[in-house]
Design a binder for this molecule. Sequence first.
Ligand SMILES: Nc1nc2c(ncn2[C@@H]2O[C@H](COP(=O)(O)OP(=O)(O)OP(=O)(O)O)[C@@H](O)[C@H]2O)c(=O)[nH]1
Ligand SMILES: [Zn+2]
Ligand SMILES: [Zn+2]
Ligand SMILES: [Zn+2]
Length: 300
Amino acid sequence: MCTTCGCGDPELVPVELHEKILAGNDRIAAHNREHFREAGVLALNIMGSPGSGKTALLEASARVLGGVRLGAVSADLATDNDAQRLSRAGIPSKAITTGQACHLDAELVHRSLHDFPWRELDVFFIENVGNLVCPAIYDLGQEANVVALSVTEGEDKPLKYPVMFQKADLVLVTKVDLVPHLDFDLPRLEDNLRRVMPDPKVLRVSARTGEGMQAWKAWLEARRAPVVAGRSKEARPHEHAHAHPHEHTHEHAHAHGATTHSHPHAHQHAHAHEHHGAEERHQHGGGDHGHEGSGHDHEH
Ligand SMILES: Nc1nc2c(ncn2[C@@H]2O[C@H](COP(=O)(O)OP(=O)(O)OP(=O)(O)O)[C@@H](O)[C@H]2O)c(=O)[nH]1
Ligand SMILES: [Zn+2]
Ligand SMILES: [Zn+2]
Ligand SMILES: [Zn+2]
């Protein structure tokens, strides 16, 4: 699946280890999903190739979604450029620098929540690493997957990268303002999407001209409604601190050229919750976190 990180390549990462990684990821993703649902925040995993227009789409969203509280974390191997762009566009944002990893995982997203006011948002965008393969196999706890596919990438991408499109709840065909300049067949792309997607939802958008942005806004609002309605409300104000030690074994395997190393590490962390009726707050006990330092066991 991925030559950069080795995930899914049984030569680099044994199948059992890969399954363990995914099982551990699913557990943390379920935990993230609980957080988002309880708070009534619509979390979206925004995926697509490098340069497909993910950040530009979010910047343009800020222009049409007045009154909706938006926030984002933006993943990048090495820079925080996208988070800076989004902040300038009026979307409170934070960078997640993934280093070697070509995709986000649920643990990275969970960690990013700790010092980010995500609970105050209506829509939380998680801009994944630009990559049409790996991000699709890691659940982050999002409510829906949105895939940005630009008209400059070619109509055959759904057939070549079917997993990404099978998992998409919405495909945004981006940069449609460029179509007149290209040899690009939009109906053929949409036909290819129908071949791999069980129930294709496709919108044509341009961050540059604003085309399609109202339809995207309508889709967002339709997805938000059930999340807001399902938001858990405390009947009586009460306060409690409970440790929910979610022990998760977090194993990454990276390949650096010919050498492979994996560093399984287990960590526990305790969360302190304070509920004040509708004014709920949730605090992750920062001091209890053992993400860095102890407990890690690196094998090189
Ligand atoms: N013409 C046109 N160009 C666009 C549009 N959206 C994005 N671009 C251009 O496409 C390039 C990539 O856009 P980004 O928003 O950075 O793409 P991205 O998917 O966030 O890129 P990564 O985060 O690096 O994967 C930039 O040069 C944008 O100006 C659009 O709607 N029309
Ligand atoms: Zn990968
Ligand atoms: Zn948590
Ligand atoms: Zn980006």
